[in-house]
Design a protein around this ligand. Structure first.
Ligand SMILES: Cc1cc2nc3c(=O)[nH]c(=O)nc-3n(C[C@H](O)[C@H](O)[C@H](O)COP(=O)(O)O)c2cc1C
Length: 189
C-alpha cells in the first residue's frame, strides 16, 4: 500500500511496435494513445528500427558468423519486455513486409515464447485491416506468444479518429484501447 492508499504493483515493462514506417502513421499514433492509457506501474518503450533490420535469411543464422548488430538489438528489446503490443496497418491483405521480416528473425531465437502480446490492426478501410490482424495473430501463435483475452483489436476508419494535432479523439476507440491496456498489463504482472 502506498501513501495514496493504493496497492503497490510490481513494475512491468511493455514494448510497443508499430508496423508502419511512416512518420505520420496512424498506427504509431494509436500506440501513443495506448501508452497514455497504461496503468502507472507500467514502463513503456517503443522499438522503431524495423527498417534497419537486414532481410531475413536462415543461411545467416546457420553460418556461424556473429549475429548482425541490428538483429541483436531487436532481440534485446523483445527480451527486455514483460509484454508486447504490436499495432499494424494492412498492405495488400497482409502484414507489412518490414514487420513480417522482423518477426521472421525471432522465430528460432524464441523471444515471443510465452510472452503476453497484444495485436492491433488499424486501417482506413471498413474491415479495419482484419486480414493483416489475422495473419499477425497466426504468426504470433506459431511463435508461442500468449494473446490475452480481449488483446486482439481491429480498428476500422482509423484516419477519422484523430484530431488535427494527431491525438486520438474517438471515445469508443479510446475505451477499447483502455481495456486492451488493462488486459495486457494484467497478463504482464
Ligand atoms: C501499398 C498499400 C497497400 C494497402 N493495402 C491495404 C489493404 O489491403 N487493406 C487495408 O485495409 N488497407 C490497405 N492500405 C491502406 C493502409 O491501411 C493505410 O494507408 C494505413 O493508414 C497505413 O497505416 P499508417 O497510417 O499507420 O501508415 C494499403 C496502403 C498501401 C500504401
Amino acid at each position: 500500500m502506498n501513501s495514496k492508499g493504493q496497492v503497490d504493483r510490481k513494475p512491468i515493462k511493455i514494448l510497443g511496435i508499430s508496423g508502419s514506417l511512416r512518420a505520420q502513421s496512424a498506427n504509431s499514433r494509436l500506440l501513443s494513445a495506448f501508452e497514455r492509457l497504461l496503468p502507472p506501474h507500467a514502463k513503456y518503450e517503443t522499438y522503431d528500427k524495423l527498417a534497419n533490420l537486414p532481410h531475413f535469411n536462415p543461411d545467416l543464422e546457420d553460418s556461424g558468423l556473429p549475429v548482425h548488430e541490428e538483429v541483436k538489438q531487436w532481440r534485446a528489446h523483445l527480451a527486455w519486455a514483460d509484454a508486447i503490443v504490436i499495432c499494424t496497418p494492412e498492405y495488400a491483405r497482409g502484414v507489412p513486409g518490414s514487420l513480417k521480416n522482423a518477426l521472421d528473425w525471432v522465430v528460432s531465437s524464441g523471444e515471443f515464447v510465452d510472452k503476453p502480446t497484444a495485436a492491433i490492426g488499424a486501417s482506413p478501410h471498413p474491415q479495419g485491416g482484419s486480414a493483416a490482424l489475422d495473419s499477425l495473430i497466426g504468426t504470433l501463435g506459431m511463435m508461442s506468444a500468449v494473446i490475452p483475452e480481449g488483446a486482439g483489436l481491429c480498428i476500422p476508419f482509423i484516419t477519422k479518429k484523430f484530431a488535427a494535432d494527431g491525438t486520438l479523439n474517438d471515445a469508443e476507440t479510446e475505451d477499447r484501447l483502455r481495456k486492451l491496456a488493462a488486459a495486457l498489463a494484467e497478463a504482464a504482472g
